[in-house]
Design a protein around this ligand. Sequence first.
Ligand code: GLA
Length: 394
Amino acid sequence: MKKSTNIYYTCALLLSLVVSVNCKDKKDKEMKEETPKENISKVSITESNYGTTQDGKKVTQFFMKNEGGIEVDIITYGGRITSLRTPDKDGNMQNVVLGFDNLAQYEKDNPYFGALIGRYGNRIAKGKFSMGEEVYTLAQNNGENSLHGGIKGFDKQVWEAKTEVGENSASLILTYLSKDMEEGFPGNLSTTVTYTLNDDNSLDVLYEATTDKATVVNLTQHAYFNLSGDFSRTILDHVVEIDADTFLPVDGGLIPTGELRPVEGTPFDFREPKLVGQDISEDNEQLQLGGGYDHCWVLNGQQEGFRKVASAYHPATGRYLEVSTDEPGIQFYTGNFLDGTLPAPNNSTYAKRSGFCLETQHYPDSPNQEEFPSVVLNPGETYTTKTTFTLMTK
Ligand code: GLA
């Protein structure tokens, strides 16, 4: 009887040892799985202090990097991309977006370098629009028109930031609450813009917004690219393709006339890849009005939603940029107003056409043009739109 009890106890002890060893194995495994994703992610994100605005707000800079060699710097002031370093075809890393090296310069007057644009990217005629019975008056900060959200648009606000890291991506989540009637726009607009750098060398920009009163929204990103990485060169040697059969001709104030004009047989035909400099100096009324390209193209495939819409290629360095979006339009702006007054790296300045923008968006002046796709956001709805910039070489 005693013997069998002993055997019983020995068996129980052995069993519990086996179980506890198994449990330990399981725990070790779980611990491994619980290791913070930062340590195993192919994309990293770190932050540093970028200074303080004139009105005393702290600005942070975030630095994202993936294994494919893309490095992005973004500051919370205006959600601006201050640098985007990419390899050329021989692996040489260079920054390919125009920017400055300090906060004070970003706070001075500048043409939206690298910035998030809101509440309304592009122009609203005469700074006025109406919704229902109400007429809303905005700042006329571009001749008689309102441009890029007004005097203190989203490009000049300090955004709240948090980060998220996944296995193949890292995200910077920026939020900003634009108060009812800020810059003349109705409704408290709660805005989130998420920049995600992915392992496949794409940078997603996801825009989301909700409102408590009917309003208009058109958010975009205003990075100026020069894929040569040499900002003393113009972008006329880039090869651009835009998937659009029509574009929006403008008046003298760069407000669309309402016409959708076929690009066929005009300098605006980028359906096949074409050198930016090829037709830009042609004797063409629309080019004269824009001082070059500064127009909204009506993108094909709108019913498809998110799709590739444009690309830019710099043959000498092999750098190639692809732009995908679910937006109906893209403003292709060839930096015509850059005039050599703003400081560039190496004691130089940004000259005319030293950068181009591909601003995905709804059409300019949509609040006043009923035929254009609507930009109205109602309470209970969520504004969601995504644009992806993918950087490659070929
Ligand atoms: C936009 C406009 C241009 C110009 C720039 C900023 O892209 O379309 O006309 O105002 O912003 O200078």
